[in-house]
Design a protein around this ligand. Structure first.
Ligand code: UN1
Length: 509
């Protein structure tokens, strides 16, 4: 396989994993390998940071924040514009690395880098629109308004499945808002993070920006924990499992810091008898098997009207039979591997549990064998007919397992869609306006994302991204998600020569 992209991205076999801008350091912790799930080969090695090294990075970040916050927001936006340009130039190489290190299809690897470029453009515009409101004071010759100030050091904990884009949604917005960022990437995809830091650091340096605007700390859970407990980090943005989010959220909450949590999903598509079936199958297929079922927005449940469930199952069987599974860098293939053997075990355990609970097999799962699948991480996307209340159906399994559930009335379908602990993404397939509006109404989907006639995955960066319940409640990316990266201040100005008190209070002495 041609691995030229590694040298284009200036990656070595042995990489340094701690950076304050362009100042790189070797970790003093244990050495980890980045292993490609594509072929099981080691791509590179990194030595993990210790907690002590993390604290040194925070000290520098706190100092550099004092400088960065004084650079006017549109000037910070100009630097983010150049960062977006640098990612445009590196799109091919970085897209290949993401695909090779994480295992998603090349198209999706390139698509992920495109999301970074898009959020950079969004952030540039935003840098001139960090607006507050003005209000009318109840007192004469008084003026009231609100403004937003930078927050400080923002900690970003990201997951393996979107190894670069989710960091950029946070970092690029935080930077235009005047914050500095410390990134703890997933230990499963450290090289993608190191490559991003290298791209950004050059732009920062060329602009004589303070180095610690962008910091990287490749570390294990102890670094995440230190960040969550660190009172010098006013905001921790964490993406990953609900288990991880609960521990980060609790630690940040205990010190009354802010957290932005984007955790597990258990996303469903409702297919009604009035749906365009061809469109529904494509939406379900991409949602369930795209990224090998490893998006937090992946379609895990299909809630189908009982009158069409057999037809839908047949059509899905035909579609699944045409799927090409294999090396994700080969653009002929639709589905790549799972991230590692642990993920394969989780997939197998979930299937075993579903069967124990009484699942009916539509397409059985298995680990694929043969030379093309020598990493041991390639699996057959599976479909089972189940009941929504099965314990395993209530959980998020990060793998291509699709559960088919039947319903009778739309109220029942919506109740089933909502009856899981998570609340990230949801969709309805229908050409009936009443059904669509009911799904979007107060009595409809309880998720952060609710779509009509498109699937659950593949959200655009322009909307706020995140979900309710055990998904954590955070919103990142578009709309007004930027507000969490700033502190809000209400200001009242008295330009008169009296001091009238609010609520008409007289205080005479
Ligand atoms: C994630 O899986 O953490 O909506 C993010 C999507 C992508 C982002 C997923 N734009 O599927």
């Amino acid at each position: 396989m041609n691995l030229n992209f590694l040298s284009q991205l200036k990656l070595e076999h042995e990489n340094l994993g701690i950076a304050i801008g362009n100042q790189w350091q070797r970790g003093n912790g244990p050495k980890i390998k980045s292993t490609s799930p594509v072929n099981g080969n080691t791509i590179g090695e990194v030595q993990l940071a210790t907690e002590e090294q993390y604290h040194q990075v925070v000290d520098q970040a706190r100092k550099d924040f004092l400088e960065w916050r004084n650079i006017p927001a549109p000037k910070r936006g100009e630097i983010v514009r150049q960062i977006g340009e640098a990612f445009r130039q590196n799109k091919e190489a970085l897209g290949h690395l993401v695909s090779y290190e994480m295992g998603k299809s090349l198209q999706e690897g390139l698509g992920e880098v495109q999301e970074m470029i898009d959020i950079a453009d969004f952030a540039v515009g935003l840098s001139r629109q960090l607006h507050g409101l003005t209000m009318h004071s109840e007192r004469p010759q008084h003026r009231m308004y609100e403004q937003y100030h930078p927050l400080g050091v923002v900690g970003i904990i990201s997951a393996f499945n979107f190894p670069v884009a989710v960091w950029s949604w946070n970092a690029f917005l935080a930077w235009v808002c005047g914050d500095v960022c410390i990134w703890k990437p997933s230990e499963k995809t450290p090289l993608s993070a190191i490559a991003c830091q290298k791209i950004v650091q050059e732009v920062l340096q060329a602009n004589h920006a303070p180095a610690a605007v962008s910091c990287l700390v490749v570390g294990d859970a102890s670094v995440g924990k230190a960040m969550a407990n660190d009172k010098h980090v006013p905001l921790v943005s964490a993406t990953g499992s609900t288990k991880m989010g609960k521990s980060v959220g609790a630690a940040v909450g205990a010190r009354l810091g802010k957290s932005l949590l984007e955790l597990g999903g258990n996303n469903a598509i409702i297919i009604t008898p009035e749906a365009d079936l061809e469109m529904s199958i494509i939406g379900a297929l991409f949602g369930a098997v795209g990224t090998c079922g490893q998006r937090c927005t992946s379609t895990r449940r299909l809630i189908v009207h009982e009158s069409i469930i057999e037809t839908v199952a047949e059509k899905l069987k035909n579609a699944y039979a045409q799927l090409k599974i294999g090396n994700p860098l080969d653009t002929e293939n639709h589905v790549g591997p799972l991230i590692d053997k642990e993920a394969v075990n989780n997939y197998l355990n979930a299937i075993a549990k579903a069967k124990e609970e009484g699942a009916e097999v539509i397409i059985d799962g298995k680990v694929l064998e043969g030379e093309r699948y020598s990493s041991g991480c390639y699996v057959q996307p599976a479909i089972f007919k189940v009941e929504n209340e099965y314990k395993i159906v209530q959980e998020e399994t990060f793998a291509p397992i699709l559960y088919l559930i039947s319903y009778n009335s739309l109220e029942e379908a919506i109740a089933k869609q909502n009856d899981v602990p998570q609340g990230l993404s949801s969709a309805i397939m229908t050409l009936n306006m009443r059904e669509a509006e009911q799904f979007l109404s107060t009595n409809g989907s309880d998720c952060g994302i609710a779509n009509v006639n498109i699937g659950t995955s593949g959200a655009e960066i322009g909307g706020a991204f995140g979900g309710e319940k055990e998904t954590g409640g955070g919103r990142e990316s578009g709309s007004d998600a930027w507000k969490i990266y700033m502190r809000r201040q209400t200001n009242t100005m008295n330009y008169g020569s009296n001091l009238p008190l609010a609520q008409g209070i007289e205080f005479n002495i």
